[in-house]
Design a protein around this ligand. Sequence first.
Ligand SMILES: O=C(O)C(=O)C[C@]1(C(=O)O)C=C[C@@H](O)C=C1
Length: 368
Amino acid sequence: MADSPTAPHPDLLALRHQIDGVDRELLALLNRRAGLALKVGELKKQEGSVVFRPEREAQVIDGLKAANPGPLRSESVAPIWREIMSACRALETPTRVAYLGPAGTFSEEAALGFFGSSIVKVPCANFDEVLHNTVAGSADFGVVPVENSTEGVVTRSLDLFLTTPLFIIGETSLLVRHNLLRRENSLEGITAVCAHPQALAQCHGWLSLHLPHAERRPVASNAEGARLAAADASIAAIASERAGSEFGLHVVSPAIQDEAHNRTRFAILAHPDRHPRPAASGHDCTSLVVSVANRPGAVHDMLVPLKKHDVSMTRFESRPARSGQWEYYFYIDLQGHPDQPHVAAAMQELRAVCAFFKLLGTYPIDVH
Ligand SMILES: O=C(O)C(=O)C[C@]1(C(=O)O)C=C[C@@H](O)C=C1
């Protein structure tokens, strides 16, 4: 039953009074924490070391999740402390993050989810520009999508990894819900649907069923599609709810992606000259790209060191080397950190059997 505006229940008033008291205590504690982070920041400045430590943040969250007595849900712990640490980090130094813009993209959501909202946003026109800004130093970190659970790898990102001097220092994954957005709250009269090619592909089944005659028009980002839909009532966009409110559009149909559990995984990149490789956190992933000679058994030989040293492979992806010789690059994720002797030994032996070997990064596994 709805609250009566005139006579709130006396117990409700008493409970709210207690909540106000707890909030004041929390605020005092958060400020005490912020004061300590400021001191850490001073120390780091003296030592000339970097502020953002993904492995430390992962350990803080892991530790709190393990210690959480409830009733606060365990999955609430990570987002709350990510925001707290984001605010503390911002007191130490600004964190400039490049991602595929404009406002309202899933890349922006991934950047905010990973770094928290106390960041300086550097929205970019495409993935190449994200990497360029991060290499040039106009951003401290770059965020790019790597793979989607429905559509597979984001090929442009993997191809860029091959040559970039940047290093992967973190990962984050996002549940991607696509919505059909439009100025009018109806499906009538839609002549074109504008979205990023990945989003169009992830909603292929729904579009064929509900808008079979509408043109599917690929654009640079979903937010760009939303911008076009805001300017023309005959255009619909596929984008997040956030993009919808950003551009004043109706959610005509929510969650139109063909897979209910459609997730996209993003890599967080930094320049190794300005950011050290994250130390081992205890739950780490190491990403490599390798190639082997085009001869029988070469791929098998590549896997032998991993089996020998008991290193799990969590991902194995191939991309054509574009040599015209049916040669491939293999993108491999290993469980563990090169500071662990068995991982180091496996990597050393793997390197010896590879024609090409590049360490893409080592980073804490995403914690939810
Ligand atoms: O422990 C540190 O190194 C800090 O700077 C503090 C803190 C935090 O708020 O807990 C903030 C930023 C770092 O990324 C890690 C942790």
